[in-house]
Design a protein. Structure first.
Length: 68
């Protein structure tokens, strides 16, 4: 992520202003795309973290100091 430009728009060239607007729009599109991708992944329920602990092959449940 690029640090925000703290320069007043009055002191920027037209090209600098256009570049900043383009960066803002691109970041917004990337966030929108990521949000859509996340919701699609959630709908199909085929995520690797979709297992409850008892179904996971790598989870150990501690029961009174013992692991099963």
């Amino acid at each position: 992520m690029i640090a925000p430009n703290t320069l007043s728009p009055d002191r920027m060239t037209p090209q600098e202003r256009i570049a900043e607007v383009a960066e803002i729009l691109a970041a917004g599109l990337m966030r929108l795309s990521a949000a859509k991708s996340s919701s699609l992944s959630a709908d199909c329920a085929e995520s690797f973290v979709d297992f409850i602990p008892d179904q996971s092959r790598h989870a150990n449940r501690n029961t009174g100091g013992r692991t099963r």
